[in-house]
Design a protein around this ligand. Structure first.
Ligand code: TXA
Ligand code: MG
Length: 538
């Protein structure tokens, strides 16, 4: 099908468009929120074309656009007084009201529901089309189902060229997110979708509080039925995997440096700081205040795909006013993937320097300590995957009858030659790394301390925000090892000499003298220097 481009401000083009609508065709029209894909709401064949062009699930009802509140009367069974107040206050405008449907409205328009969604759009071209055609116009957003709503004629063209009769080009939509959807068919009004008209504005007009569907900010449970069918379908989704990152810009920067997504979607005011921080990612921004975020969000989501980004970290807006609508769209675009970043401090150092003492102090300050020695034991519990792997490598004799590890036997076999040592390390380090990272990831919003002697040789180092090396004078370490591990002086010397990889350059070193209060002070000072404000330390 050839898709005509018509101009919104050309009266002749509006006549052509109205004629197409009366002939049962489907076309895209600008509204103040997003572009809509319009057809005669009372003509089932025309409405069916909308579903076909969008690839929209049949169970998702459409919004019916009308020229004024009067036109609603023939489409509903009743128009309650609260609807009248809301219409007077917000129509034309971005508020969709759900009311009991009149039998004259075909089932296909409302997806078989007994209710109908109505709104008067606040856009001269949409109003001109409604008045000229004298039809109620069913119009969902003019995107292919599942992708971000279109806010320019080009977005519509990208999605629907060749599938619809015409596009009425009215430039960029001024609001940018879809209308607020409010259900008035029950007792207390229920906000199904946040949009340009805020909850607070509605409550002020009604003089009472309204309910907000939990689906606005939470994913639906597996067997839950949504109040609005549209809520169950994946929406606004770019191909990129989005992660909404809560917290300060500084925490965001640290998190992005560590996790290395391909792209960052941030506020205008963040861009300079991000560039200064030397982040290598592609940076996109979506405005500098709530209205701009709304206006620019969908174009930005589309741009992520134009740039073929796979993983993108996003700074979400505040949830006040129209911010709630933006946040709601972002949550859906991200498939509800939202994190509070943790801050990972790696702790290493030579044997006897007091790593564990430092870890205990940090634990008392509220950090979550992951002790890799503990994990090394944990991964070799009876029946574990690691034990199986080790048995396959070194023989079944390394496992006792009761399923536990025979450490002596494993040591004898693994340390017999360099290959054995390497194989043992490969198996255990991989498992310890995976477990460490899983524990760390689960500790959202916390300061995580990873206590690992071999940290710098491990992949874990790449997942640390900061690494601190605990050191101590040689004699102090020797004395500590002797006291702690109950070994001979020779054995202690041997153990100290065995640690060859002592190049800690480039990392913070903390000298641990004998004085614990001093160590506490040094650790506190370190945290104050490296932690973004988001993290609470006692
Ligand atoms: O701003 C807007 O509302 C744009 C412009 C074009 O007007 N339209 C729009 O339509 O966003 P659409 O189809 O993308 O979203 C309509 C939403 C869907 O979530 C749908 O499930 C819900 O409204 N809806 C429609 N009729 C309903 C009904 N009778 N009961 C509950 N939800 C309904
Ligand atoms: Mg839509």
């Amino acid at each position: 099908m050839n898709t005509l481009t018509l101009q919104a401000n050309n009266p002749n083009d509006i006549l052509v468009a109205a004629h197409l609508l009366r002939a049962g065709e489907v076309l895209a029209m600008p509204t103040e929120t997003v572009y809509g894909l319009a057809a005669d709401a009372l003509n089932p064949a025309a409405v069916a074309k909308i579903f076909a062009a969008k690839g929209r699930p049949q169970d998702n009802p459409l919004i019916v656009h009308i020229a004024d509140a009067k036109q609603a009367l023939s489409l509903v069974r009743e128009f309650p007084v609260e609807a009248k107040h809301l219409a007077a206050a917000f129509w034309p405008g971005p508020l969709t009201i759900i009311l009991p449907k009149h039998p004259a409205v075909p089932d296909v328009t409302t997806a078989g529901l007994n209710s109908i969604a109505l709104r008067v759009p606040n856009h001269p071209a949409a109003l001109a089309l409604l008045q000229t055609s004298e039809l109620p116009l069913a119009a969902p957003s003019a995107n292919r189902s599942g992708s971000p709503s279109p806010t320019t004629a080009q977005h519509v063209r990208d999605d629907l060229k060749g599938r619809i009769a015409a596009i009425v080009d009215g430039g960029t939509c001024c609001l940018g997110v879809e209308s607020t959807v409010l259900d008035l068919t029950g007792g207390t009004p229920l906000l199904l979708r946040p949009g340009g008209v805020t909850k607070e504005q509605i409550e002020q007009v009604l003089g009472r509080s309204i309910n907000v569907s939990p689906a606005v900010t939470q994913p639906l449970g597996e067997h839950e039925q949504p109040a609005s069918p549209g809520l169950k379908h994946r929406h606004y989704a770019p191909k990129a995997q989005l992660t909404l990152v809560q917290g300060s810009l500084r925490a965001f920067v640290a998190f992005a440096k560590r996790e290395k997504p391909d792209g960052l979607l941030v506020f205008n005011s963040d861009v300079e700081a991000l560039r200064k921080a030397g982040l290598p990612q592609q940076i996109l921004s979506y405005g500098s205040n709530a209205n701009e975020h709304a206006q620019q969000l969908f174009a930005a989501l589309r741009e992520l795909d134009n740039r073929r980004l796979h993983t993108v970290f996003v700074r979400p807006p505040s949830q006040h006013g129209i911010g709630l609508a933006v946040y709601n769209r972002l949550l859906r675009a991200a498939d509800f993937c939202e994190v509070k970043p943790n801050f990972v401090l790696g702790l290493c150092g030579p044997t006897g320097a007091g790593k564990s003492t430092a870890a205990n102090i940090l634990n008392a300050m509220g950090c979550l300590v992951i002790d890799c020695d503990d994990l090394a034991r944990e991964i070799m519990q009876p029946g574990s995957a690691v034990l199986h792997e080790l048995a396959a490598q070194f023989g079944r004799e390394i496992v006792r009858e009761d399923g536990s590890l025979n450490r002596g036997e494993l040591a004898a076999r693994a340390f017999a030659n360099e290959d054995g040592r390497r194989a043992l390390n490969a198996i255990t380090h991989k498992a310890i790394t995976a477990l460490t990272l899983a524990h760390a990831r689960a500790a959202q919003g916390r300061v995580v301390v990873v206590d690992a002697a071999a940290l710098l040789e491990s992949e874990i180092a790449q997942h640390c925000d900061h690494i601190a090396v605990i050191t101590a004078p040689h004699d102090v370490r020797r004395a500590r090892i002797l006291a702690r591990d109950n070994m001979t002086a020779d054995a202690a010397d041997q153990r100290m000499a065995a640690q060859t990889n002592m190049d800690f350059s480039g990392h913070t070193t903390i000298e641990n003298t004998q004085d614990e209060a001093e160590l506490v002070a040094k650790l506190r000072e370190l945290l104050a220097k490296i932690l973004p404000l988001d993290y609470a330390i006692s």
